[in-house]
Design a protein around this ligand. Sequence first.
Ligand SMILES: [Zn+2]
Ligand SMILES: [Zn+2]
Ligand SMILES: [Zn+2]
Length: 144
Amino acid sequence: MTHLAELKETLRKKGFRITKPRLAVIDVLRKAEKPLSPYDIQKRLNSDFKINTVTIYRILNLFGKIGLVHRTHTKEGYVCCDSNKPGCHFLAICKKCGRKKEFTIKECAILSLIPKDLPFKNIEHISEIAGICLSCSKSKNTYT
Ligand SMILES: [Zn+2]
Ligand SMILES: [Zn+2]
Ligand SMILES: [Zn+2]
């Protein structure tokens, strides 16, 4: 789980103010074990501190742009980026329960497949891979 202080530092470095709603959203996400939708995030906020989902969307958008969160597709939602290492980020997501695990590959082979004449610089990529986590593969429940 990424430390809150580290996330605050990233925000500061990128030139963004650390507001109470921003902190609340990232704190919920970094503690989550699976991707969350803005509605899930809203439900998990402290009951004395409610933010509307439009604001949550806006915050997630900003965090996505600066790499603090990743949007996921295997299970629709957002996760807090769990890596600050250089390289390409890979997110493994359980198709059944949504449990996620992020890892970084420094010398990513996919980058070597990109055409040399592609008119882009500083290319990086984020991958999502799907599977069944160990604890789900042990349970006999039907596929959901
Ligand atoms: Zn990441
Ligand atoms: Zn890559
Ligand atoms: Zn699972």
